[in-house]
Design a binder for this molecule. Structure first.
Ligand SMILES: [Zn+2]
Ligand SMILES: [Zn+2]
Length: 418
């Protein structure tokens, strides 16, 4: 990152513990971490914008191929079923499960495409040395879409569905799937090549921001949650002049909102596990499967690694997430000073693993699209799948609503009177 190259080191707030730091120049490839909580702050990447932009162009082509070419072909009892990527969403929609249809469409198609488009909207003019229109807002959207673009989770769902079906039918992997795998590689390469801090530094605020004063002057500063711009509270900005996000010292009503979302997820967790997520109908008869009975069926078929994967992703991870968030909420409310660094690390893990619970939903979307061979075999989605998807989404929203800096605020207040 180029901080420091243009003059004095700029002040930044650590987004996980709220510590005010000075961004100093880094050698190539190096990473800056917060000395207090260990959070990742920024990196130095050369040609970050150029490299990321060219990879995004490649990704766009692969995206078109993955969406238009056949994804997988299922052959069974002389019949053939060819699937494209979006067929799972259509099948959910036809069965009346439109919230699931929307979610799968958003996570596998809309969010990745919008993320690519927004990044290119900003990077292309910057590469040519110009300022993009509404650059700050568009790049903020691109960054906000990151956790919702779940192509790699979808691929794992494809893998689980493939292993489940391989014994009962012949499966052929098609061009669309290969393009999809390449797309995931190129997209994650583009993500790791891009240094957001460099993009933010090159984007000019719409209204001038007074230069941040020295900390010694005792002026209260506020850091933008989205783009890390630091402005004095006295400058009177209510929205970030660079990216348009609302400016506040801490996330508004973080504890109340997180509790509300955690409790909603706990309630939804019950129907998600009680009701069937899908029904396999073969030659006119079939048993509905809940998440747990699906895991049991995998064990009965001797597919141990897969059973463990589905069990961990669908049952253990959501439960541990809810327990972990409740623990963080209670510890913050009790102003605990116990192991702040470890609790921040726990939050980081909770935030990172949540999206992987979608494996089961994606697997079902592939199964219902592939296995619709009339009387021979059909797989129908169940209402439990909608509740389960709602659990995953609410836990993701809950971890986004939680402000990890609250873990450290008690410490700052303790120190102040001294
Ligand atoms: Zn920190
Ligand atoms: Zn901002």
């Amino acid at each position: 990152m180029n901080k420091g190259e243009h003059g004095t080191a700029q002040p930044i707030f650590c987004h996980e513990c709220g510590l005010l730091l000075r961004a100093s120049p880094l050698p190539e490839g190096a990473t800056a971490k917060c000395p207090r909580c260990g959070a990742f702050l920024y990196r130095h990447r050369t040609n970050s914008i150029e490299r990321s932009l060219s990879l995004l162009f490649g990704a766009l082509i692969l995206f078109v191929v993955a969406q238009t070419f056949p994804f997988m072909t299922l052959k069974m009892e002389g019949r053939e079923q060819i699937t494209v990527l979006l067929q799972g969403c259509l099948e959910f929609y036809r069965q009346g499960l439109w919230p699931l249809a929307l979610l799968v469409f958003f996570a596998t198609t809309a969010a990745p495409l919008a993320k690519m488009a927004c990044s290119m909207w900003v990077l292309l003019p910057l590469y040519r040395g110009r300022q993009p229109r509404h650059g700050g807002r568009v790049f903020r959207l691109a960054q906000a879409l990151r956790p919702w673009a779940m192509m790699e989770v979808y691929l794992l769902g494809v893998f689980v569905a493939y292993v489940k079906l391989i014994d009962m039918a012949t499966l052929q992997l098609d061009t669309g799937l290969f393009a999809f795998c390449l797309l995931i590689l190129v997209m994650s390469w583009a993500d790791s090549a891009l240094e957001p801090a460099e993009v933010w530094e090159r984007l000019k605020p719409s209204t001038p921001v007074p230069p941040p004063p020295q900390p010694a002057q005792g002026q209260q500063l506020v850091g933008c949650h989205a783009c890390d711009l630091v402005a004095p509270v006295s400058s009177g900005h209510t929205c970030c002049p660079r990216c348009g996000a609302a400016l506040h010292v801490r996330k508004v009503d973080s504890l109340a909102r997180t509790w509300a979302l955690v409790l909603t997820a706990v309630i939804l967790y019950v129907p998600a596990n009680l009701f069937p997520v899908m029904t396999v109908i073969s030659f006119g008869s079939g048993e509905p499967d809940t998440i747990l009975s699906g895991v049991k069926a995998l064990i009965a078929a001797g597919m141990w690694p897969l059973a463990i994967l589905v069990f961990v992703a669908s049952i253990t991870v959501p439960m541990l997430k809810l327990l972990g968030l409740s623990f963080l909420l209670i510890s913050v409310q009790r102003r605990s000073s116990w192991r702040r660094r470890d609790r921040t690390r726990l939050y980081r893990i909770i935030e990172g693993v949540g999206r992987w619970s979608m494996i089961d939903i994606f697997m079902i979307s592939i199964l219902v699209a592939l296995v619709k061979l009339g009387a021979i075999a059909t797989i129908e989605p169940g209402v439990g799948a909608t509740s389960f998807a709602a659990v995953v989404v609410t836990t993701m929203l809950a971890s986004m609503a939680f402000d990890p800096r609250l873990i450290w605020d008690a410490a700052v207040q303790e120190r102040k009177p001294a």
